[in-house]
Design a protein. Structure first.
Length: 243
């Protein structure tokens, strides 16, 4: 066994994705802090490229393939055997698209809510405070319908003491926030109208808070909602910190 084979798979990479890295820096730091508090060993790559999701969705498969290959080569050099990612689009791209773009791709990606749930079930003492209130959880398209991750975020919220108020359209029937697919950039009025439909459903529930695990959904809701909009890291970090 060569030295390169020996080190392969040694490290876990936290990959925040472009939107979190460049537009939601505060939440990038929160996720790093959460992983530290959970006792997760990870590294970050300052040279992270875009996962290629926007490029692939725009139809530029050749460019997406080149991005994926360069990413695979770089992660191999760093001995990455697992990726933890908070962006649902990146999560889907790594787990579903990369095996078609790069046949040799063998690095599994885990959404951070799955990481959180597994560790909190192992060590419930990590939860320093519980919040006994209702909250709305919105299923992002790429995490829900495309990746079938529905229960893990809800189970984390319940472990933290929250009671989940379900939107009429949830899980596989959840509405898109309106921010993805290039719609926000090309027709912001329509994108906002879509988000406001979810707002109207939320108002009828009489719940004061909504949380999303998707940076795109969070940004879109934050712009439109007149109830408190939270990113998943906001909630988890507050429950892990000592009073």
């Amino acid at each position: 066994m060569g030295i390169l084979s020996w080190i392969a798979g040694k490290n876990t990479l936290y990959y925040p994705g472009c939107l979190t890295r460049f537009a939601l820096v505060e939440h990038l730091e929160k996720y790093k802090r959460i992983l530290d508090l959970l006792g997760i060993d990870f590294i970050m790559n300052k040279e992270d490229r875009c996962c290629g999701s926007p490029v692939l969705n725009a139809g530029y498969e050749k460019d997406a393939r080149e991005l994926a290959l360069k990413t695979f080569q770089e992660l191999g050099k760093k001995g990455i055997g697992k990726i933890i990612v908070n962006c649902p689009a990146c999560f889907k791209t790594f787990n579903q698209e990369y095996k078609n773009l790069v046949p040799e791709w063998n690095i599994p990606a885990e959404h951070v809510t799955i990481t959180m749930l597994n560790r909190l079930k192992q060590k419930p003492g990590l939860i320093k405070r519980k919040v006994h209130e209702k909250i709305i959880y919105h299923d992002p398209c790429h995490l829900g319908r495309y990746s079938k991750v529905y229960e893990e975020p809800r189970k984390v919220l319940k472990l933290l003491g929250y009671e989940i108020a379900e939107l009429p359209l949830n899980r596989e029937n959840s509405m898109c926030c309106g921010g993805g697919g290039g719609l926000k950039a090309n027709n912001s009025k329509l994108a906002n109208q879509i988000a406001l439909k979810i707002l109207n459903y939320a108002k009828k529930l009489g719940v004061k808070k909504i949380v999303s695990t998707c940076p795109m959904c969070f940004s879109q809701f934050k712009e439109n909602f007149d109830i408190e909009v939270l990113e998943f890291s906001d909630i988890v970090l507050e429950s892990l910190k000592k009073k």
